[in-house]
Design a protein around this ligand. Structure first.
Ligand code: 5GP
Ligand code: MN
Length: 362
């Protein structure tokens, strides 16, 4: 693949950091999605294959449909193993950050990351990266952070191609499978953000390296529980509100409703996309009430609950500005999110009070 994708001085600096480091920590964003998992695990497998000491820390639990991914057993979930993670963060001599643009997106891990003055490298595709890393590879035009990891690894002379490495090792296949997973999930199985010819050249390389793309699809998208399927049915049948004039849909779930369907991490994944299957719906919003973590109490004021909000849209209809203006959030033009401190009914009212200022009628 291309070797001139990133400025050579940045690649040189990363190479230099890597050769000096022996206690590397990889970090990725809260509520990890397939791209967070894929980009961070790919780096993890690659560094292990080089014999480098490396740990991967994620802020909180990842959904069960990523449990099959190679290396997940080595992941340290910060929420569950704080002391061990804090020790690794304090001892790190290099941190590699993937798929997030500002420290806030790694929750409580942010302070521990910033306290350690070691070099940091950011590999990301969100808009407006905060200035916290020594080398920032920020490419919002890239469909996934995993694709950037592929380009970086191939730039530092790593070849996945079987023709160059006839004895393909398991580690190489692990790197390729993790990268594929991130590229697949962040493009909705190549159904949005997916008109990049070079992406298909990379995909061909990954399949050539042995990735079983059909198996990856099956493991990620056909792995839900019966409870989750019933929750989806409930959302669409009983909870979906449509605002025809603005081509918008809204689905809100309270804590009580989530409890009724035995909600598990990851069960809400994909629900926000569903109303867009309706021909006239071009904006979709999904809200889910969540419990407040102790470290969020100060930020939340008097509120006892927070609401996690997801936005999706089609074409030239940005939703990230609405997310930033009213829900402490942001993201991409067509896929954004944020939070609201209060009940889901209050969050829905905030949406109802303001969506007309942000959503087009045509
Ligand atoms: P999701 O709806 O899948 O949780 O998030 C979609 C996108 O919205 C993410 O890739 C991220 O860019 C953005 N996003 C989600 N939640 C937040 C948030 O709380 N703050 C910010 N700044 N962006 C968010
Ligand atoms: Mn991503």
């Amino acid at each position: 693949m291309q070797n001139d994708y990133f400025p050579s001085e940045k690649v040189e600096q990363i190479r230099h950091f890597l050769s000096d480091a022996s206690h590397i920590v990889i970090l990725t964003h809260m509520s990890p999605d397939g791209d967070a998992m894929g980009s961070s695990l790919a780096l993890y497998h690659w560094l292990k294959s080089q014999g480098t000491g490396v740990a991967l820390i994620v802020p909180n639990r990842f959904p069960s449909f990523f449990q099959w991914m190679p290396g997940v057993g080595d992941i340290i979930v910060y929420d569950e193993r704080k002391a061990e993670a804090d020790a690794l963060l304090a001892a790190a001599d290099l941190m590699l950050c993937t798929d997030f643009n500002e420290p806030k997106r790694i929750g409580q891990v942010a302070d521990r990351m910033l306290e350690n003055p070691c070099p940091k490298v950011l590999i990301d595709h969100h808009l407006h990266p905060a200035d916290f890393a020594d080398v920032t590879l920020s490419y919002p035009s890239s469909p996934s952070a995993s694709q950037l990891v592929y380009l970086l690894l191939s730039t530092i002379n790593y070849q996945l191609s079987t023709s160059l490495h006839p004895q393909l090792s398991t580690l190489n296949l692990s790197v390729a499978t993790c990268i594929y997973t991130g590229m697949m999930t962040d493009t909705g199985n190549f159904s949005f953000n997916s008109n990049h010819p070079e992406m298909y050249e990379i995909l061909a390389e990954l399949v050539r390296a042995g990735v079983d793309k059909d198996a990856v699809y099956n493991a990620v998208f056909n792995a839900y529980s019966a409870d989750r399927m019933r929750l989806v049915g409930y959302c669409l049948y009983s909870k979906m509100r449509i605002f025809p004039e603005h081509h918008a849909a809204l689905v809100c779930l309270s804590r009580k409703e989530l409890y009724r369907f035995r909600f598990q991490t990851g069960d809400a994944e994909g629900i926000v996309n569903m109303p867009l299957q309706i021909s006239d719906v071009r904006y979709s919003c999904f809200m889910r009430e969540d419990k407040l973590e102790p470290h969020e109490r100060e930020r939340a004021g008097n509120a006892k609950t927070k609401v996690k909000i997801s936005f999706r849209s089609q074409g030239d209809r940005p939703v990230n500005v609405f997310a930033a203006d009213w829900f402490h959030g942001g993201g991409h033009a067509n896929a954004a999110g944020g939070e609201f401190y209060g009940t889901v009914a209050e969050a829905a009212q905030c949406f109802l009070d303001h969506y007309q200022d942000y959503f087009r009628k045509d």
